[in-house]
Each structure stands twice: as structure tokens, then as C-alpha cells.
Write a protein that binds this ligand. Structure first.
Ligand code: ADP
Ligand code: MG
Length: 718
């Protein structure tokens, strides 16, 4: 595989085939095969396939080969790359250097260093896990994700993807529970396939995450402390032209943006990230990138890496990449559409309806497992994407509602309704004798993907979970989806076996269980407009949970049925769940605290002083004019100055109110009490202050206004 130099390749991008350099910065299978002795390669492969521990000898040989490969390509350092519970990634670089026996400096890297690292992890959130176990965490190489090279300005760093665990095996990151959930759903699905006569299949959860983002000119971004510290604007009057005209969606990509995208893709391809599509999104300066789907853990790693690379490449183009869920009020926010399916090792996609009645029955079984999972555990699915910033997006008229329902499309719904009523069995001409279900008509993909208002939509041969926030780690919702689908399959498989013990024929039993699930889960199916107020009422009547914000949503994690679900599946122990609940609460309060402090400071030190100056200037002009004589008394201006000064004073009042709300909330020590105080006191105080500031922005002399305005931030990037 050839490697390419960035500056050289940029100028010849049109002459180089992507396939010639795809993955050249990763120590993947091909490179390993080329560089490792045959027996070592085979041993490594076996360990990975079977999830076994690597022997010290194998690890040592792999480490040497990896080091040589990395150093040849200009790497000076290595790092264990991991995903702590912050949702971001973490790395601590170590140089490849050591003293030799004669006091000279040599490059070295050992098997032990490859396999295990001990980051000083004391400042990563652990939700109390480490204090409970009185132990520090360590990172362990995850050989399933290839090591990769990250480009620095003057050298490269070898990044080794790792899991982050405590000394007693407790998961301190998002990756370990995801791997466990994949295992769990894979095993249950494999047992389902055995019931359908395909024993021994290996099933892998797959995911493709569409990533939305905004681009903002870097210089403007740096003039907005709120964007820099909070990933969203905390103040900003609506621009005269927002997205009303919808002329941005799928529009021609401007050259500056395209240059960024192409440079980004070059980096992604080198890292083996299969970036597939790029386009303009609905809001001005909003874009999307979608990769080809991959095994869920690889997709999760790649999405984390993608977010990092995006920001870095953006800077090269004087652009800030905004991954926050709602950077601009009144303008569409950004999400991540997490597409998921289950793939068998014979290439079969288990969410694909297939062509024969037999395949259709199996498809309906897997489809039902998703319905059952969302029906039983919709609340925790909602909780998996709850965050202070996603609260501004979910349930607004642009993103899926906070009510978890499933969209299947008219055709499938009709079939399920028939199944439920037994009509399928009655309609004689379509009856398939042995199965009792008709062959499903081929589902047109376009046809099923019309409803944009559903959080969980079936789109032809996969489900798309759309409530995930643009900046979130997809490992978390993926873990939840897989656990609840796996749990449903386990329950359904068990029901089939029970029926069989009562002498029910296998096919009949499978059919019966599907019908049972379809009937039970009817309330969770919804194809209408998810944005409408009627749906909220209807959902309530149906008994679907509706957590309007993070505070309400997080409660789902603490329900006994949720704790039992994850423990039963072996995905997270109760202790591991409690740790994550703790971290969620802390993060919520922390992000609102930062927002409140940034807004207070902006208001008090930048915006209100400017308004006073503006007021002073206007008052000075007015008094000069009034001194001229009766014809220049300007009563209207006089009146508006009175109103304006009242508003500025109101601004000061709200700053004071915010200040005391912060003090009160920050003094609360109890975890839940603190979250609640931030949600019910600090957040409304911020909103109240913002309202005044936004209205004042519209009246202030634009020459004085201290911050880039929305119209500048959202101006086309020419
Ligand atoms: P659309 O734009 O209609 O949502 P696409 O076919 O463009 O559909 O797919 C969007 C995302 O879904 C891509 O990231 C793609 O790789 C992913 N995807 C497609 N098929 C599957 C599948 N079987 N499992 C998981 N993800 C998938
Ligand atoms: Mg899509």
C-alpha cells in the first residue's frame, strides 16, 4: 500500500486513486500480514477472533513491527487512545525513546507497552468507580481497532486504540460496554438464526453514523467566547434571513467549503475511515458527512476520530467546525443519524426483508425485536441521548421529538396489522401454506424513508435512530440499542422454545411470537407527524414515556427495570451503571455552570457596557438637539431612550438574578438536587437574560456591538 504526502497529494488529488492509499496510516490487517511472521500473524488473528488474551511473546513481536512501521512513517511518539466517560477521547503521548545499556539513546517500544498502559487517570470522571475499588484504571489494547498515525505539525504519533478499565475489570469508558453489548446482541441473534435453521452463524451489529456539523469562519468564532467554551451561542438576535428560504439544503457546495471537505476526506481515507457522502444541510453553513457502515465498535471509534480530524482540518482552512447540537437559536440544530442493522457472516443483513416468505418471516421476527425493545425500554433509549445541549434540539420543530416511537411506513404497518388481526391467515389467495404469511412486496427504500419526524425510522433494510446529538459519542446509544434488541430477541427465543414444549410446530411458534410482539407493541408504532401537538397528546394516551428534558430523561437509568436489563445482558453491572448516572448528572450541571458563567461575563463585561455607551451617546445627541430649540425636541427619541434605559437596567437586574441562581445551585451538593437546581433555576435565569440581550442587540448601534452577529456567523462562506 502506498503512503502519500499531504501537500504533494493535495495538488494531484485528481490523479490519485483513493484505493491506492486508503488506510495507509493504519496498522491494519494488510500491513500486519506484510510485516509479521506468519505464525505471529496467525496467533494474533486467532486471539482477535476468539477474544483471547495475547501471549507476551506475540505482543512483543507485534509491538516491534508496529514501532518500525510507525517510525518509518515519521512517528516519534505513541499513545494509548481511549474514550473516557466524558464522551471525548483521551491520549497521553510517550516518546519511543529509552537509554540503552551504554547510556545512549535508542528507539524502543515493548509488548508490555503495547498491551497495557496506565494513564494517570485520576482526573477522568469515574462516577465513583475508582474510589469504590481504590484502584487506578489502566488502558488495554483493543486489537480489533487498528492502530493509526495522527499527523502533528512536526511529526506523527502512533495512536493505539484501547479500552479503559479498572483493576477489577470494571469499565471506565464507553467502549467496553459497547463491546459487551455487541457480543450480547450477536449471540442472541445467532440463536434466533438457529431457530430459523441456520445454526452457527456469527452476527455482528453494524452502524453508519451520518454526521451533521456547522462551519464558521475561525476569526469570527474566536470572537465569540460562548461558541469557544460552550459550543453554542448564548446570545444572538435572529438574522433577517435565516433558513426560511431553504436554499442551502443540497445546494451547490461553495469552493472554500469544498476545499475543506476534500482535505478532510484525504485525511479520513488515510486513516481508513470510509467517508462516502458530503452535502449541504438545511441550515446555512450546515453540512453532513456519511461514512459507509462498519461493525458498530469500529464505527464508534471512527466517529470519535472523525470529529477530531474535522476540527483539526478545519483550522487549516481558517474554519471552526461546530459539533454542538444547537449552535444557533432559531436555526436547525445538528444531529447524528445512527443507522444500525445486524449482519450475519454469510453476508445476510437481518433487517433485509429478503425475497422469499421464509426470509420474510425471519425479517419480521428481527423487526419485532426492535419494536419490543423500544416499547419496553424507550425511556432509556431517550436517556442515552440526553444532554444539556441536545435538550435545545430534541422536540423542537426540526429534530425528532423526545417521545420514542418507531416509524415503519404504510406497507409494513399494514402487514403487521394484518398479522395482528389474523387477516393474513384468512386471505386465502395470498396464503402461503406452510408459513401463513404472504411474501412481502419488495420495500422501496425511498418509499420508507419519507418520515423525517420520527426518532426511530425503518429505512428499507436498517433502522435509523435520529435523536443522537451531533457531538455525542455514538457508543452510548449504540450500546443501549443493542442491549434492548438483544434482550428482546432473548425473550422471544425463549417464548418460541416454550411453545415448542407445548407441541407447537416451530414455524407456528415463530409466527405466534411475532404476532404476540406485534400486538403488544402496537402503541410504539407511529407514522404521523411527530412534530405535532396532537402526537404529544396521543402518545400520552398510549402511555409512551415523554421526558421533555435531561432531568426527566435521566431518571430512566435509575429504574429497576433498566438496571436489571443491563445486568441481565452482562453489559453493565449495577455499579457500572451507577457510575455512568453519576457522570451524566455531573456533566449536566457542569455544562450549565460553564454556560451560566460565560453568559454572565459576556453580559456584564462586554454587552451591557456597550449598551450604556450607546445609551450615553444617544442621550448626548438628544440633549444637544434639544438645546437647539423647540423644533428639535425629538419626543419619540426621548421616549425610546427611556424605554431603552429601562431595558438596560432590566439586563443588569437579570445579571444579578443569574449570579444568585448560580451561587445557589453551585452550593447544592446532592447529585440530583444539583441537577435539578441547574435545570430549574440557572437555565431559566440564563434564558431570561438572553431575551433582554437579544432584544437590545436589535436596538444597539451596530458599530458598537462587541460580538459577531448571527448574520455574520451564518453568512455564506465564500
Ligand atoms: P439515507 O441517506 O437515505 O439515510 P443512505 O443509504 O445514504 O441512506 O445511508 C445513510 C447511512 O446509513 C450511511 O452511513 C450508510 O453507510 C448507512 N447504512 C446503510 N446501510 C446500512 C446497514 N445495513 N446497516 C447500518 N448502516 C447502514
Ligand atoms: Mg439517513
Amino acid at each position: 500500500m502506498s503512503s502519500i504526502n499531504r501537500s504533494e497529494s493535495i495538488s494531484r488529488l485528481d490523479q490519485i486513486k483513493v484505493s491506492s492509499y486508503f488506510g495507509c496510516d493504519t496498522f491494519g490487517w494488510r500491513t500486519m500480514q506484510e510485516r509479521l511472521p506468519k505464525e505471529v500473524f496467525r496467533a494474533l488473528r486467532k486471539c482477535i477472533r476468539k477474544g483471547e488474551r495475547l501471549s507476551a511473546e506475540v505482543a512483543h513481536v507485534v509491538a516491534q513491527a508496529m514501532k518500525d512501521w510507525a517510525i518509518e512513517r515519521g512517528a516519534t511518539h505513541f499513545t494509548h487512545w481511549f474514550q473516557p466517560m466524558t464522551g471525548a477521547t483521551a491520549e497521553k503521548h510517550d516518546a519511543f525513546i529509552t537509554w540503552d545499556d551504554h547510556g545512549g539513546l535508542i528507539e524502543s517500544f515493548s509488548g508490555a507497552q503495547l498491551i497495557q498502559g496506565e494513564p494517570d487517570a485520576s482526573s477522568f470522571p469515574s462516577g465513583g468507580l475508582r474510589t469504590t475499588f481504590e484502584a487506578r484504571g489502566y488502558t488495554a489494547w483493543d486489537p480489533v481497532s487498528p492502530a493509526f498515525l495522527m499527523n502533528g505539525p512536526l511529526g506523527k504519533t502512533l495512536c493505539i486504540p484501547t479500552a479503559f478499565i479498572g483493576y477489577h475489570g470494571e469499565a471506565l469508558d464507553h467502549k467496553v460496554p459497547l463491546l459487551r453489548a455487541m457480543d450480547f446482541v450477536g449471540q442472541q441473534a445467532s440463536q434466533t438464526l438457529a431457530l430459523f435453521g441456520h445454526a452457527g452463524a456469527v452476527v455482528t451489529a453494524q452502524c453508519g453514523a451520518e454526521q451533521e456539523y456547522f462551519l464558521v469562519d475561525l476569526e469570527l468564532y474566536k470572537a465569540r467566547p460562548d461558541l469557544m467554551f460552550c459550543n453554542r451561542t448564548l446570545q444572538g438576535a435572529r438574522p433577517p434571513k435565516g433558513q426560511e428560504l431553504e436554499d442551502h439544503y443540497f445546494g451547490a457546495i461553495k469552493e472554500r467549503v469544498l476545499r475543506f471537505m476534500q482535505d478532510l476526506e484525504l485525511e479520513l481515507f488515510r486513516l481508513g475511515i470510509p467517508a462516502k457522502t458530503r452535502h449541504n444541510e438545511v441550515a446555512p453553513n450546515q453540512f453532513e458527512l456519511a461514512p459507509i457502515y462498519e461493525p458498530a465498535n469500529v464505527a464508534a471509534d471512527h466517529n470519535q476520530l472523525l470529529m477530531e480530524v474535522m476540527k483539526k482540518v478545519g483550522e487549516r482552512h481558517e474554519l471552526a467546525v461546530l459539533l454542538g447540537e444547537k449552535p444557533f437559536a432559531g436555526v436547525n440544530g445538528s444531529g447524528k443519524h445512527v443507522n444500525f442493522s445486524l449482519g450475519a457472516d454469510d453476508g445476510q443483513n437481518l433487517f433485509d426483508p429478503g425475497h422469499s416468505p421464509e426470509e420474510n418471516l425471519q425479517f419480521l421476527y428481527f423487526l419485532s425485536s426492535v419494536l419490543l425493545g423500544v416499547f419496553r425500554h424507550g425511556a432509556v433509549l431517550r436517556a442515552s441521548v440526553a444532554s444539556a445541549s441536545n435538550d435545545h434540539r430534541l422536540g423542537a420543530n426540526e429534530a425528532p421529538p423526545a417521545i420514542m416511537s418507531v416509524f415503519l411506513g404504510e406497507q409494513l404497518n399494514r402487514i403487521l396489522d394484518q398479522l395482528e388481526s389474523g387477516a393474513v391467515l384468512a386471505s386465502s389467495e395470498r396464503l402461503q401454506l406452510d408459513l401463513g404469511i404472504p411474501a412481502l412486496p419488495v420495500l422501496a427504500k425511498d418509499y420508507t424513508d419519507r418520515n423525517r419526524t420520527s426518532p426511530m425510522a425503518f429505512t428499507g433494510n436498517k433502522f435509523e435512530f435520529r435523536a443522537v446529538g451531533s457531538g455525542q459519542a455514538i457508543a452510548v446509544p449504540l450500546k443501549v440499542i443493542q442491549t434492548l434488541v438483544g434482550d428482546s430477541l432473548a425473550w422471544m427465543n425463549q417464548r418460541v422454545r416454550e411453545l415448542e414444549t407445548k407441541q407447537v410446530d416451530r414455524r407456528q411458534a415463530l409466527m405466534e411470537v411475532i404476532r404476540e410482539v406485534v400486538t403488544l407493541t402496537k402503541p410504539v408504532r407511529f407514522d404521523g407527524n411527530g412534530y405535532s401537538a396532537q402526537w404529544r397528546e396521543e402518545a400520552e394516551r398510549r402511555g409512551l414515556p415523554h421526558a421533555k428534558n435531561t432531568v426527566e430523561a435521566l431518571a430512566a437509568w435509575e429504574q429497576p427495570k433498566t438496571q436489571e436489563l443491563f445486568a441481565r445482558a452482562g453489559v453493565m453491572s449495577t455499579l457500572e451503571q451507577e457510575a455512568r448516572i453519576h457522570v451524566r448528572h455531573e456533566q449536566y450541571a457542569k455544562s450549565l455552570l460553564i454556560e451560566a458563567q460565560v453568559l454572565r461575563e459576556l453580559a456584564e463585561t462586554q454587552i451591557l457596557p456597550v449598551l450604556l455607551e450607546d445609551l450615553g451617546n444617544k442621550a448626548k445627541c438628544l440633549s444637544r438637539l434639544q438645546a437647539v430649540g423647540p423644533a428639535t425636541q425629538m419626543p419619540t427619541l426621548q421616549e425610546s431612550l427611556t424605554t431603552l434605559s429601562g431595558q438596560v437596567d432590566l439586563g443588569y437586574g437579570r445579571v444579578a438574578a443569574l449570579r444568585s441562581a448560580i451561587t445557589r445551585a453551585d452550593a447544592v451538593e446532592d447529585l440530583h438536587g444539583r441537577t435539578l437546581a441547574f435545570a430549574t433555576e440557572v437555565l431559566p435565569a440564563c434564558q431570561a437574560l438572553r431575551e433582554v440581550l437579544d432584544s437590545l442587540e436589535d436596538q444597539c448601534d451596530a458599530r458598537l456591538w462587541p460580538l459577531p452577529k448571527y448574520r455574520e456567523l451564518l453568512a455564506p462562506l465564500g
